[in-house]
Ligand binder design. Structure first.
Ligand SMILES: C[S@@+](CC[C@H](N)C(=O)[O-])C[C@H]1O[C@@H](n2cnc3c(N)ncnc32)[C@H](O)[C@@H]1O
Length: 345
């Protein structure tokens, strides 16, 4: 397994997330840790029995998903942090890791959490087909289930929402439209963009720190107005790239990894890169999502989940509200929360 260290911002581990949460700890733990630990042992044992029986896999997966979510919500972040290895070392994990999506997330073959190939499992993209075909029959069934989860559905909705925004920007600005995507991954939202297909964009700059993802964009979008850039948020914050200004700047699947301080710095920077009336959008998985426990344990995928108030806090710390039109809203199933900030002039 390769261990690539980029600029240190994407290497989010359960420990790093817990450290970010620690200072703002307000949870009044409803359960004594020992009671919760006993409950955890019980639900893991029951889940293992269900998977061993091979019956009703969808129900078994849903049950353990719900049980972990519930236990997570009833203990402090520190206690939950201590539960994560308990789940990961339990026999039930062997069943769930047969799902190629869960396994990819857990093993992190690119050396960090939430890489673009992982997102391709969520998008059910053809690039994930070989791994799915190589999985056991149980693994293939589990993939059907996990890729249909609420959080996965929300990520597909996010991709489609971004395509809509891009096409709207092109419709408003015509062939002058300039777009910047930060942490672009494989830029799957471009696949269905009418504006891109019709050549109606002046430029679409797509930045990512992972050379493999940048290579994928170079290959897939050769001959279009898309310019992939191998670059990181930390360098973007220094002005080194000299990218100019844009009508639409956005980051999806990135703020979930950024502590508040970096999120505010990046938001300020993105606002500086906007033309008059330009818009910045950032998305974040929402606090309280039903899949949080499953993701943090079986998938070893910890995110900084944010509330609407925390999204507003980033907005308010980054801009003078008199000079912008800002909104915070949820996607359809409320698993992802979006902030948009439009410059007044
Ligand atoms: C969860 S994926 C999202 C990809 C894409 N935006 C999407 O929604 O499908 C996160 C992406 O952020 C990139 N990334 C993480 N930290 C970064 C950083 N500090 N600078 C640039 N890119 C970063 C990763 O390489 C990865 O491609």
């Amino acid at each position: 397994m390769s261990q690539i260290v980029f600029d240190g911002m994407s290497l989010i581990t359960p420990e790093a997330v817990a450290a970010e949460l620690r200072p703002q700890l307000t949870v009044d733990a409803a359960f004594a840790p020992e009671t919760a630990r006993a409950q955890l042992a019980l639900v893991l044992q029951l889940a293992e029995q269900r998977f061993l029986s091979g019956q009703n896999l969808e129900e078994a997966t849903q049950r353990i998903n719900d049980d972990l979510h519930q236990i997570r919500s009833q203990v402090s972040p520190q206690v939950w942090e201590s539960f994560v290895p308990v789940v990961q070392n339990h026999g039930v994990t062997e069943f769930l890791l047969q799902d190629p999506f869960t396994r990819w997330s857990f093993e992190k073959p690119r050396g960090y959490s939430g890489d673009a190939q992982l997102l391709d499992f969520i998008y059910r993209h053809s690039s994930a087909q070989d791994a799915i075909a190589a999985a056991s029959p149980l693994g293939q069934t589990l993939y059907e289930i996990t890729s249909a989860s609420q959080s996965s559905a929300a990520v597909r909705e996010r991709r489609d929402l971004l395509t809509t925004y891009v096409d709207e920007v092109a419709a408003t600005h015509g062939k002058d439209a300039e777009i910047l995507t930060i942490a672009a991954g494989h830029l799957r939202e471009a696949d269905r963009s009418i504006a891109l297909q019709s050549g109606d964009l002046a430029r679409w700059v797509a930045l990512d720190q992972d050379p493999l993802s940048v290579g994928s964009m170079v290959r897939d979008f050769a001959g279009t107005s898309i310019t992939p850039i191998d670059g990181s948020v930390s360098v973007l914050l220094t002005d080194t790239y000299q990218l100019g200004q844009f009508d639409f700047v956005y980051a999806a699947g990135l703020y979930d990894y950024l502590p508040r301080k970096v999120a505010v710095r990046l938001t300020k920077k993105c606002m500086q890169m906007l033309k008059p009336k330009g818009m910045f959008l950032f998305a974040n998985f929402a606090a309280g999502i039903p899949d949080d426990g499953f993701m943090e344990t079986f998938m070893n995928w910890s995110l900084l989940l944010r509330t609407e108030a925390e999204m507003w806090d980033i907005v308010n710390a980054s801009v003078d509200r008199n000079t912008v039109d800002a909104q915070v809203y949820y996607g359809d199933n409320r698993n992802i929360v979006y902030a948009t900030i439009r410059k007044n002039g």
